[in-house]
Design a protein around this ligand. Structure first.
Ligand SMILES: *[C@@H]1O[C@H](CO)[C@@H](O)[C@H](O)[C@H]1NC(C)=O
Ligand SMILES: *[C@@H]1O[C@H](CO)[C@@H](O)[C@H](O)[C@H]1NC(C)=O
Ligand SMILES: *[C@@H]1O[C@H](CO)[C@@H](O)[C@H](O)[C@H]1NC(C)=O
Ligand SMILES: *[C@@H]1O[C@H](CO)[C@@H](O)[C@H](O)[C@H]1NC(C)=O
Ligand SMILES: *[C@@H]1O[C@H](CO)[C@@H](O)[C@H](O)[C@H]1NC(C)=O
Ligand SMILES: *[C@@H]1O[C@H](CO)[C@@H](O)[C@H](O)[C@H]1NC(C)=O
Ligand SMILES: *[C@@H]1O[C@H](CO)[C@@H](O)[C@H](O)[C@H]1NC(C)=O
Length: 332
């Protein structure tokens, strides 16, 4: 039989080691209590260090990472965007968007400066102030402010893309401060590209009605109405929009839609035109149906006396072709 090694430590000589069996000593429990009473601070320090070693990375590494991931994985859906009071240097913006988030965190995001970019351009076209929000799934973020362009030429490119494309994208970039209840405030990066429907060349545009209206005092000789579909969620105040009408290369005169406000869905707007009747008769088919293919090319957008170069550029980029029944325009 191997002799059991007997371990006996004299308490005090080596304070950090545990005391093994020793028949002459008081029972284990009371010794442990006595030890703890004298050395409680050592245990407290160890406990605190262990707690910090576990929680500090969680708080200082895990929390910012989880929070940043939550922000990066969140989605943003624009439900309405209204551009009103346009001037050559800016407009009033009223935009409502819904946040989508499945993060375990629902931090408070403080208001921040968001630079709005058209993808592919380095410089922002404008800045918006994103309001403070509680980042819950489904939270509504409402921006309602006047905007001054950082670069009006980039906004013109955006307007063209909006006019011509089925979908347009915008990037919003900022460095919001964020705070999760009970934790400290950190800074995260908000970098989101949102895609929304564009005007898709105003496909479906129709002249619903256009009749000669002699004796007007505004230099026009015809009036009627047009149907302009807007598949986007945007409302655009475009002011007085002038088109040049033509057919097969023959100029047929200007047409104006006054105070055009394009709202989501089908828009019916009154139109006046100064139709060149001789030119129109010249291209009239000899036999019915008296339908010609007409083109309306945007010439300008003027709001409160100022031309809006960005909308003019968008209108010029989009010749609208539609069939027009001339017999409805001519006096019967
Ligand atoms: C717009 O945002 C950019 C980028 O954050 C910044 O450099 C610029 O100063 C801001 N402009 C204004 C007018 O606040
Ligand atoms: C948006 O701002 C305009 C002008 O500051 C104000 O007249 C309007 O009531 C605001 N709309 C909302 C919904 O807050
Ligand atoms: C936002 O993220 C995109 C894609 O990761 C990147 O190309 C772009 O440079 C970022 N924007 C900014 C302003 O850093
Ligand atoms: C808009 O009008 C077109 C043609 O009349 C129709 O086909 C379409 O359903 C309408 N769209 C809406 C949203 O009312
Ligand atoms: C726009 O309309 C004006 C006035 O009718 C005309 O002089 C000008 O040539 C037009 N511009 C274009 C690009 O059609
Ligand atoms: C229209 O323009 C004039 C002068 O350019 C300006 O004083 C006025 O405030 C503008 N009105 C609106 C409603 O923007
Ligand atoms: C459009 O033109 C009419 C008449 O020329 C003018 O009274 C009106 O104020 C203009 N509308 C805008 C938004 O500038």
């Amino acid at each position: 039989m191997v002799e059991k090694p007997s371990i006996e430590l004299i308490e005090g000589s080596s304070p950090d080691q545990f005391i093994a069996s020793s028949p002459t000593k008081p029972p284990f429990k009371s010794r442990a209590i006595a030890h703890f009473k004298r050395r409680w601070w050592v245990h407290l320090i160890i406990l605190t260090v262990v707690a910090l070693v576990i929680t500090l990375p969680l708080v200082y590494v895990g929390y910012p990472r989880i929070a940043q991931d939550g922000i990066s994985d969140s989605t943003l859906r624009i439900t309405s965007m209204e551009i009103s009071s346009p001037t050559p240097s800016g407009f009033h913006l009223h935009q409502v968007q819904v946040l989508g988030s499945d993060s375990i965190f629902h931090p408070k995001l403080y208001s921040f400066n968001g630079a709005v970019r058209l993808p592919g351009y380095d410089d922002p076209m404008m800045n918006i102030t994103v309001p403070s929000i509680q980042a819950n799934d489904g939270a509504t973020i409402e921006v309602n402010q006047s905007v001054v362009f950082e670069d009006a030429r980039i906004f013109a490119e955006f307007s063209k893309a909006l006019m011509l494309q089925k979908e347009v994208s915008l990037n919003i970039y900022g460095k919001p401060r964020l705070k999760q209840a009970g934790l400290h405030t950190i800074t995260v990066t908000y970098n989101h590209t949102i895609t929304m429907k564009g005007l898709n060349k105003l496909e479906g545009f129709q002249v619903v009605e256009l009749k000669l209206d002699p004796g007007r005092d505004d230099g026009m000789n015809a009036k009627g109405s047009v149907l302009i579909p807007n598949p986007s969620v945007m409302t655009l105040a475009m002011g007085n929009v002038t088109f040049d009408l033509s057919s097969g290369g023959t100029d047929l005169g200007p047409a104006v839609i006054h105070d055009l406000v394009l709202r989501p869905g089908n828009n019916t707007a009154p139109i006046v035109a100064n139709v060149d009747e001789l030119a129109l008769l010249g291209i009239l088919p000899h036999h019915p149906p008296f339908t010609i293919e007409m083109q309306a090319l945007g010439n300008s957008s003027v709001y409160n006396g100022s031309e809006l170069p960005y909308y003019t550029a968008a209108l010029e980029a989009n010749p609208i072709i539609f069939d027009f029944d001339v017999s409805q325009a001519l006096p019967s």
